[in-house]
Design a protein around this ligand. Structure first.
Ligand code: FNR
Length: 373
């Protein structure tokens, strides 16, 4: 088709005031294929919609005239974070902007925001870390936390190489994603966008099976991550390990027993199994099962400062932002990413102040009420 893709803006227009504004604008800065790939949910999109709806069913109980002496900062895995908001791992950020993960890493550094780099990044993981560290040096500050998201490779030696490369490049944690092994590759990559970290390794597994054959028992299903892989990872690295993609309390408790240092409660943004409930619905159950032994993060549908407040009040230590990164990058590259993070942070501050809650630690379920919608 001859749809024109708008180039990224070089200045931020005044009418971009929320993440929803970025999302609306982003469609004209992507090819239709890329737009569909970024936005899509699995199946009929029930889980994708539920990730938003679950937030929207929660309301607030504010305290009037409260003492507002505090800030949004948190401690997580030995590091201070200016706000409980991190950038989720997203494959192939060069699909939407030539600078891809580099723009992301620089914006994250400028705003002291943690970033999780995907195994499927379209810039080498070393170059992303180097860009973040160089900018931190220029700005005279400590680099923001950078974590590496690991997709296990069919050959353990290759998984180990990725872990070692991440350690050598200065990544501070490994995020093991366990929920996407059987997810079909969503898009045909255009020239110049590739899984560069996996050069020389067998291509990422394709899951489409000719003739609609059932996958169970095939080599594909057998190479999905298992508990023994978590034990293996625990044995080969001293970095903190986060497990991403758990939803249930007993799985969470087992992951803690097996040496996970934190968990990311996630349904992969509604992209894998349609019909899963939202992490927001499940986190209190997970928190009960893990009884404060480790921090819990969550993602899926976080689009406003009030969403962050709700997640923290339900027991999350922090949240991750997924698709809005792609929207902001497509619309305006590095300044767009920085602006998007800034919007989330200022919305979070406003929401905490309006709720009468000066710190994340003071946010609890007593501040929430179910809305009948
Ligand atoms: C993802 N996600 C993802 N997760 C992961 O562990 N590794 C990856 O490479 C990717 N890649 C990826 C690409 C795209 C285009 C999307 C939209 C998502 C999942 C991601 O980390 C996160 O869990 C969700 O995006 C969170 O939901 P929201 O914020 O997009 O609603």
């Amino acid at each position: 088709s001859n749809v024109t893709v708008q180039p990224p803006l070089t200045a931020i227009p005044a009418d971009l005031r929320t993440l929803a504004d970025y999302e609306k604008r982003a469609e004209m800065h992507m090819t239709p294929d890329v737009w569909r790939h970024v936005q899509e949910g699995a199946g009929r999109g029930i889980t994708l919609a539920e990730n938003r709806a679950a937030f929207d069913r929660i309301g607030f109980l504010p305290r009037a005239m409260a003492d507002l002496d505090g800030d949004t900062g948190i401690e997580l895995l030995g590091r201070h974070h200016a706000a409980p908001i991190l950038l989720a791992p997203l494959a192939y950020q060069r699909l939407v902007h030539a600078e891809g993960e580099l723009a992301c890493a620089r914006a994250a550094t400028a705003l002291d925001t943690g970033m999780i780099v995907s195994t499927l990044s379209s810039i080498p993981l070393e170059d992303i870390a180097a860009a973040a560290h160089a900018l931190a040096r220029d700005l005279g500050k400590k680099p923001a936390p950078l974590w590496f998201q690991l997709y296990l490779q069919p050959d353990r030696e290759h998984s180990l190489q990725l872990v070692r490369r991440a350690e050598d490049a200065g990544y501070e944690a490994i995020v093991l994603t366990v929920d996407a092994a059987l997810k079909p590759a969503g898009i045909t990559l255009p020239p110049g966008v590739d899984a560069v970290n996996l050069a020389g390794m067998p291509r990422p597994r394709q899951t489409s099976v000719p003739g609609g054959k059932i996958l169970l028992g095939t080599p594909l299903a057998q190479s999905a991550p298992g508990w023994e892989d978590l034990a293996w990872l625990r044995g080969v690295t001293r970095l903190p390990i986060l497990v991403k993609g758990l939803l249930l309390g007993d799985d969470a408790a087992r992951a803690v027993d097996e040496g996970a240092d934190a968990l990311i409660i996630s349904n992969h943004g509604g992209r894998v199994l349609d019909g899963l409930p939202s992490p927001v619905e499940l986190i209190q159950n997970v928190a009960e099962s893990t009884a404060g032994r480790i921090p819990l993060l969550l993602d899926g549908g976080v689009r406003m400062g009030t969403d962050v407040v709700k997640a923290i009040a339900l027991g999350a230590s922090a949240v991750l932002i997924g698709r809005p990164q792609m929207h902001a990058l497509a619309v305006a590259g590095l300044p767009g990413m920085a602006h998007m993070i800034h919007l989330m942070r200022t919305e979070l501050e406003a929401a905490m102040a309006q709720l009468g809650c000066p710190t994340c630690a003071l946010l609890g379920p007593d501040r929430l009420v179910a809305l009948s919608r």
